[in-house]
Design a protein around this ligand. Structure first.
Ligand SMILES: Cc1cc2nc3c(=O)[nH]c(=O)nc-3n(C[C@H](O)[C@H](O)[C@H](O)COP(=O)(O)O)c2cc1C
Length: 219
């Protein structure tokens, strides 16, 4: 059952990427994860295929192995550090660079503490998207991502913090070995660290104004 008194719109606007405010000392009951995943299964799925799977990782040594791959990804070419450094270097002013450095801190914090986050949820899909035409890629990714977001919204309404991460996928094959996932048949799509949050007030994010991205009838 939801434990926070939030309206649906509040859940939609305040489900933030939570990293520094994860309570790493509090365990998460398996039942609450199951409850959130039950809700996630109501998400749309092409042709009723339900070709999705969720691997829940709580074993400390498995989490440590995943976190090690995540850290390795962060330091790989094109990984987290490269992206953050490029964003900081591209800043128009010193003030903007300082602001971007400040905003990078939570992502770096998660990289250092991922093994301490009590639950890692890995949404997986049957099939692999490499070499597929866009229509079939859309069917795969478009099936698992709505369910994943539903899971994250349900978690928020229960006082849990999550973030959608993808960096461990630099080493998807190695992660598949750690988790005994049959790599050729099953594609991992993300890694969602889950923990209770420290406090439960979160603000809506600053995003581009709607009119910058809205196209009506014509592009
Ligand atoms: C497809 C996708 C992959 C992402 N991968 C990562 C990741 O590997 N690590 C990370 O710290 N943030 C990652 N993020 C970013 C966060 O999930 C988050 O959306 C972003 O920091 C903005 O925070 P906000 O949603 O609270 O505004 C990813 C986001 C998306 C949509």
């Amino acid at each position: 059952m939801p434990i926070l008194d939030l309206s649906f719109d509040e859940v939609l606007t305040t489900t933030r990427a939570v990293r520094k405010r994860l309570d790493l000392t509090r365990s998460v009951e398996p039942e609450v994860i199951r409850e959130c995943l039950e809700l996630a299964l109501q998400a749309p799925t092409p042709g009723g295929m339900q070709n999705w799977h969720f691997l829940v990782v709580t074993d400390p040594s498995q989490r440590e192995a995943l976190a090690a791959l995540y850290r390795q990804s962060a330091r790989s070419p094109g990984g987290q550090e490269d992206i953050l450094q490029q964003m900081i270097a591209a800043a128009a002013s010193e003030k903007e660079a300082a602001d971007r450095t400040r905003k990078a801190a939570p992502a770096r914090y998660l990289t250092e503490h991922l093994h301490e986050v009590p639950v890692h949820v890995i949404p997986c899909i049957e099939g692999r998207s490499e070499n597929l035409p866009v229509i079939q890629q859309a069917g795969l990714w478009g099936s698992i991502i709505p369910a994943t977001w539903s899971f994250m919204l349900a978690a928020r309404s229960r006082g849990l913090g999550t973030s959608l991460t993808s960096y461990h996928l630099f080493f998807e094959r190695e992660a598949a070995e750690v988790l005994s996932i049959p790599y050729e048949q099953i594609m991992q799509t993300a890694l969602i660290p889950v923990a209770y949050t420290i406090g439960d007030t979160f603000k809506p994010a600053v995003r581009k104004p709607l009119d910058k991205v809205l196209h009506w009838n014509r592009w």
